[in-house]
Every structure is written in structure tokens, then in C-alpha cells.
Design a protein around this ligand. Structure first.
Ligand code: GLU
Length: 503
């Protein structure tokens, strides 16, 4: 087996390298999923490395949220913080001592230099250069400082950063599996900072050292990192290390195709304002199944086949090839996700669905044991798109009583008295039924409607209203079966009493 990129299958190692600066975005989940699929397909390892060197932007529970999201999707890493592995530590903040000698080596070999420019000077230079239309904000003031002088000032405790000495002319070529050769003019690239004043490495420096030391063979990451590539290529060249195989994945766009998927107001299919969800935890809380989300994310830029939208994890693993990922951006399609979620909900074993519904009922304040939930599953399973839809569909079953609007209770063509008579007849018929199941209820109520010369739709309306308190509810006979005979008769009687009290 080969990777399709000329590399042997053995030893494939991929990674995600998120910064813990917020909760897990669906775009991160998609990147993770493709890395995981590739690792599983190749029998390789999927590594999580946390890039937490920007200490000012840390969100304390971001890593927990990420791990929870990965586990929920069933794509937990093989190595990472709290998981273990031979290439740790997997938190960059625990690797500071590892980076130091590599920075020293770059300085010693003339690939990098110490820069002592103050923040004030840098700001002034940047503004002046920007207004002069220059692309590079730093004027390379310290680039030609003799290294011994730099070392002396550093030893004396003078604050400084370490910068990469980018070549002043020439081209850098990124060979991307999905996009072919991308050529950069290096003259347009800044002498970026590799080590900050506080001794922390920057992203560019740490990412290269870590990908190398962790044996990462393939970097599959979002295409917003393409502009970083020439800097990283330069670092590989300075160190004399082999580059990984690069594949920059298409961005996940907002549903209308406008820009990277972001939190913002949109309008729902029903015309109501909607907040676009961007976080994995939000989709989870909204009642999407991890199986559906997995399937949906896998299709953002990749397809299992031209025709099949629904496929299992095993099928995806079998067919996934990095080179089949389409480089063009993929728009998030909420209707497709809802549809897929419905498909997966309908495919669940009823017991499994009952268990997954439990937290949603609890959150809705509907106390329910599994047996009770299992009983309502047949009412719910055919007609929800998300688990969160379920409580609102059957909440009337939990109520002590319901209070339908009187004008709705009386169907067109009947008056209060005849409706009350119909409800009384239904009570008598249902009270006398030998077996309480939906087939028997169905037959009895249809016979009753016929007997009274009413269309089924007309006769069932007040019964549905009396039972559910509203006209939109799951199918009537199944609902009555689940509600039970005593509660059914009590609700019919209550509605009848309200009609009787009408003038
Ligand atoms: N720390 C970067 C991020 O937050 C990693 C980018 C990369 O994969 O190189 O996504």
C-alpha cells in the first residue's frame, strides 16, 4: 500500500495542532476528521499537539472542550496531552527547553539573528513603511549586527527576539498534494520572529521543530496557512530536514458561500432569525448525532462517491484518499445536515434513541426514565431532525392536563354542543375497548365518525385538541396508546366539560 503521495504506508503520522484560544470550531473538527481518516486508512498515528505558546489568548477549558468534541465524533487522537505517546510532551508550553538549542543553532549558523529593536521603534518603522507602500513592515535593522555583539548584549540581559533571516531574493515552492506547486517570492516575506522576548517560540518556529521531532509525515491543515508555508519551508531548509507532505484543505465557508464559517445572524428556513452555530459543542447541544456530523464533515471537500451521501465510518476509512479532496472551498449546508441527522435518527435502534433522548428531556424539564422514553420513541423517531426537537413534540404527554383553545376545539360545521356530544361518544367507545392499542383505537374511532356521519378529519380534530392541547401532534392513535386509557378519558372529559360550560 502507498499513500498515493510516493511515501510508504508504514509510519504515517499526522497531527492537528490547534491553539487553545476558544472552543472547538467545526472547521477544526473537519481538519481533525480528515487527519483521522487518513491515519486510519494508512494504519498510521493521529497526534494532537496543542500550540499554547500565545499565553495572552488562552481559554482555560479549550483543551477539554476539544478532547470532548474529538471523543464525541469518535476521532480521538492516538497521542496527545493526557493520552500519552513517545513523542511528547504534546503541549508546546512544556517544550520550551526543547526549542532553545534549535534557536541557538539557527543563530550560530547565521540563519537567524537577535533583534533588539524596541516595540516603539518597530511601530514607527512599520507605520512609515506601510504608508510608503512597502510590503514588509520590519526594516531588518538588526540583521547585520555582528553575532558576537548580539550575543554580548543578550548575555547582559538586554531584551531581544530572534528573527529568521529570510533570503532577500528568490522563490520558494510549496508542493501541495491538492494544489500542485505554489511559488512564493521570498523577497516579500518578513524576517519573522522565531523566539519572543519572553523566550517563548512563535508559531512558525515551534510548528516546524515539533512536526520534525514528532515524526509528522503529512501536514493536512486548513488552507489559511498557505501564506505561512514559505517561512516554514525556509526553516526546513535551514535545518536540513525533510519536509512533510503538504495538503492544504479547503476552507469551510458560511452557508451563503461568503467567507469563512463564522458566528453571525442568518435567517432560518421558516424566516425566523437564527444564530449561525460554529462550535462543535453547539451542534451537540442542539441534538445532532455524532454519526451524522461525522458523515456531514467528511463530505466537506471530499465525497465517498458521486451518488452516495450516507456512508459509514468504515466505508469512509476504506475509500479516503488525500488526493481526492477538492481544493475549492466547501460551504456549510444546514439543510443537508438536518436531513442527514434525520436519516441517522431513523436508523437508530429504538433503545439507543431513547437513551440519547434522555438528556434532552431532562433539559426540557420532562422527567423520564428510559422505559417511558422508549414508549414515546415510535411517536418521535419518524419525525424529528434533531434530538432537541423531540421534547416539544410530545411534551403534552407529560402535562397533568391540557387546555386547548375553545375555538380550535370546535371543528367547522359543528357547534359546541355537537362537539361535546362527539367527545362523550368517544369517551364511551374508548372506555369500552377490550384492548388498548393503536389498531383497536383506530378502528373504534373511525367507526364512531362514520356512525355520526362525520369525515374522519373533522371527527378527530376535537379529540386531538382535547388530548394534545394543539393541532400539530404525532399521529393520533399511537399517541392515545402511549398516553394510556385513563389519561385519555380524563382529557376527553375535561374538554367536554369546558364545552358544556359555554353559553
Ligand atoms: N496552531 C495552528 C492552528 O491554530 C496550527 C496550524 C498548522 O496546522 O500548522 O491551527
Amino acid at each position: 500500500m502507498t499513500t498515493g503521495t510516493g511515501m510508504p504506508a508504514a509510519g504515517v503520522r499526522v497531527r492537528i495542532a490547534p491553539s487553545p484560544t476558544g472552543y472547538m470550531h467545526v472547521g477544526t473538527a473537519r481538519t481533525a476528521l480528515f487527519n483521522w481518516l487518513f491515519a486510519r486508512q494508512q494504519g498510521g498515528a493521529f497526534v494532537l499537539r496543542v500550540e499554547d505558546t500565545d499565553r495572552t489568548r488562552l481559554v482555560p477549558d479549550a483543551i477539554d472542550d476539544l478532547m470532548a468534541g474529538l471523543r464525541w465524533l469518535g476521532i480521538a487522537p492516538d497521542e496527545g496531552p493526557g493520552i500519552g505517546g513517545d513523542a511528547g510532551p504534546y503541549l508546546q508550553s512544556e517544550r520550551l527547553a526543547i526549542y532553545r538549542p534549535y534557536a541557538e543553532r539557527l543563530v550560530a549558523e547565521g540563519h537567524a539573528y537577535r533583534c533588539f529593536c524596541s516595540a516603539d521603534r518597530l511601530r514607527g518603522v512599520r507605520e512609515a513603511r506601510q504608508s510608503a507602500g512597502q510590503k514588509i513592515g520590519y526594516d531588518r535593522h538588526c540583521r547585520d549586527l555582528p553575532p558576537e555583539a548580539g550575543a554580548r548584549r543578550a548575555a547582559a540581559g538586554e531584551p531581544h527576539v530572534v528573527r529568521l533571516k529570510m533570503p532577500l531574493a528568490g522563490a520558494a515552492t510549496l508542493h501541495d498534494v491538492l494544489r500542485g506547486a505554489i511559488v512564493f517570492d521570498v523577497a516579500e516575506i518578513e524576517d519573522v520572529v522565531l523566539v519572543k522576548t519572553d523566550g517563548f517560540p512563535t508559531y512558525h518556529f515551534a510548528v516546524v521543530v515539533d512536526d520534525h521531532l514528532m515524526g509528522i509525515t503529512h501536514v493536512l491543515r486548513a488552507d489559511e496557512w498557505i501564506p505561512s508555508a514559505p517561512i516554514q519551508l525556509q526553516l526546513y531548509a535551514c535545518f536540513g530536514w525533510d519536509e512533510p507532505v503538504w495538503a492544504h484543505l479547503p476552507l469551510v465557508l458560511n452557508p451563503d458561500g461568503g467567507g469563512k464559517m463564522s458566528k453571525r445572524k442568518t435567517v432560518g428556513p421558516d424566516g425566523r432569525p437564527l444564530e449561525q452555530m460554529t462550535l462543535v459543542r453547539e451542534y451537540r447541544a442542539a441534538g445532532y448525532l455524532p454519526e451524522a456530523m461525522f458523515n456531514f464533515l467528511a463530505r466537506l471537500g471530499w465525497s465517498y462517491s458521486g451518488a452516495e451521501e450516507v456512508f459509514s465510518r468504515a466505508q469512509a476509512i476504506e475509500r479516503f484518499r488525500v488526493e481526492d479532496v477538492k481544493p475549492s472551498p466547501a460551504a456549510w449546508n444546514p439543510e443537508k445536515l438536518d436531513w442527514l441527522n434525520g436519516v441517522y435518527i431513523r436508523g437508530l435502534e429504538p433503545d439507543d434513541l431513547a437513551a440519547r433522548l434522555a438528556p434532552f428531556f431532562e433539559r426540557a424539564g420532562l422527567a423520564a426514565d428510559l422505559a417511558r422514553l422508549r414508549a414515546v420513541v415510535p411517536l418521535i423517531q419518524p419525525r424529528i431532525e434533531t434530538l432537541a426537537d423531540a421534547p416539544g413534540l410530545v411534551d403534552f404527554l407529560w402535562a397533568d392536563a391540557v387546555a386547548p383553545a375553545l375555538e380550535e376545539l370546535v371543528p367547522k360545521g359543528l357547534d359546541a354542543a355537537s362537539t361535546a356530544g362527539l367527545l362523550a361518544a368517544a369517551e364511551a367507545t374508548l372506555g369500552a375497548l377490550a384492548a388498548w392499542d393503536h389498531a383497536a383505537i383506530d378502528a373504534a374511532l373511525r367507526a364512531l365518525a362514520a356512525e355520526r356521519g362525520l369525515k374522519a378529519g373533522v371527527a378527530f380534530q376535537p379529540i386531538r385538541l382535547a388530548i394534545a392541547g394543539r393541532s400539530v401532534a404525532p399521529p393520533l392513535f399511537e399517541t392515545l396508546e402511549v398516553l394510556g386509557r385513563d389519561a385519555t378519558l380524563a382529557r376527553l372529559a375535561a374538554a367536554r366539560a369546558r364545552l358544556a360550560a359555554q353559553p
